[in-house]
Write a protein that binds this ligand. Structure first.
Ligand code: HEM
Length: 281
């Protein structure tokens, strides 16, 4: 980031060094705050990258939630190019998110044990931003709010997200406005419940994909959703494999069955009908 031309020394081609208070970079990025949020709980030198990778992933979750909320709002207002831009950005952000598994992907059990005890019951299972991400995919669950009862702001944000239409709900409403026969039971579903796949919606996607010339925009939308679904599935699988390498079949810090529980979670199909429709095109 450069300083404004006004701030540079006249006639000089080097950056300005003089600021009366904090630098404009600091005022914008808050790097001093961000780089002092790392408080490892053990003396193990390997814990730092575990903590920072987790924080980096939280930041990516935050950006991706922002993109999907932007896309949802744009779809609701029939501003398809705006929605497609946000979805496209989120696909590249998901790729960056998934690349950040690298430093943790090959932990040995002994390495992970060096700081695992210090984590106590702390687990990514308690990530509120990850829940918002899942809620936007249509994977709603009121019970996922329970761990956050003691944190009023986080709880209120999750509660709001639980009752709002997901990204996929907005897509299905768009399909209905475009004349596709989306059933009333889908359009008026209880938004706080997990989205259940519908045969009619599968038929609609199959029809759209079978006639790409007439449905160019919707095919592109379907493909953007497919990219998102694939990359979320890859995140879940990378997490699963990293966990299997680091702790085998031990129970998780949040008390789950660990790998066995994560395997079930990774089997979920994001935007189910954009996948199942492919068998019928
Ligand atoms: C190699 C390091 C890691 C191991 C061994 C591990 C292990 C686990 C286990 C066993 C669970 C199941 C819940 C439990 O009982 O704790 C879980 C859940 C979860 N972890 Fe990790 N994890 C690791 C790294 C991360 C990182 C870096 C993140 C990034 C935020 C993360 C995010 C999550 C999330 C979001 C869940 C909930 C998944 C769901 O609800 O489907 N994990 N993890």
């Amino acid at each position: 980031m450069s300083t404004s031309p006004d701030a540079s020394v006249p006639g000089s081609d080097t950056p300005n060094l003089e600021y009366t208070g904090t630098t404009p970079y600091e005022d914008y990025v808050q790097a001093d705050v961000l780089t002092h949020l790392q408080h490892p709980l053990s003396d193990d030198p390997g814990e730092m990258v575990f903590l920072v990778t987790t924080q980096v992933m939280e930041l990516w979750f935050t950006v991706i939630v922002h993109e999907w909320e932007t896309a949802s709002r744009a779809l609701r207002e029939d501003r398809i190019p705006v929605a497609m831009d946000a979805l496209g950005r989120s696909v590249r952000e998901l790729e960056a998110l998934n690349a950040s598994w690298k430093p943790l992907a090959r932990l040995t059990p002994a390495q992970f044990n060096s700081y695992r005890g210090a984590l106590g019951e702390g687990s990514g299972f308690q990530s509120a931003m990850y829940r918002r991400l899942e809620f936007l995919l249509g994977e709603k669950s009121a019970s996922m709010l329970v761990p956050h009862r003691g944190a009023p702001r986080v709880h209120a944000e999750l509660e709001k997200a639980l009752h709002e239409p997901s990204l996929y709900d907005e897509v299905l409403r768009l399909l209905a406005r475009r004349g596709h026969p989306v059933p009333d039971s889908v359009l008026r579903r209880d938004l706080s419940q997990k989205y259940e796949p519908s045969q009619v919606v599968e038929d609609i996607w199959a029809q759209i994909y079978a006639h790409p010339d007439e449905n160019d925009e919707l095919v592109r939308l379907g493909e953007a959703l497919t990219d998102v679904g694939e990359l979320v599935w890859r995140w879940r699988n990378d997490h699963l494999v990293a966990t299997r390498r680091a702790m085998g079949s031990k129970t998780g810090t949040a008390g789950s069955a660990g790998v066995a529980w994560l395997e079930k979670r990774a089997r979920k199909n994001v935007f189910p009908e954009v996948w199942t429709a492919r068998s019928h095109v």
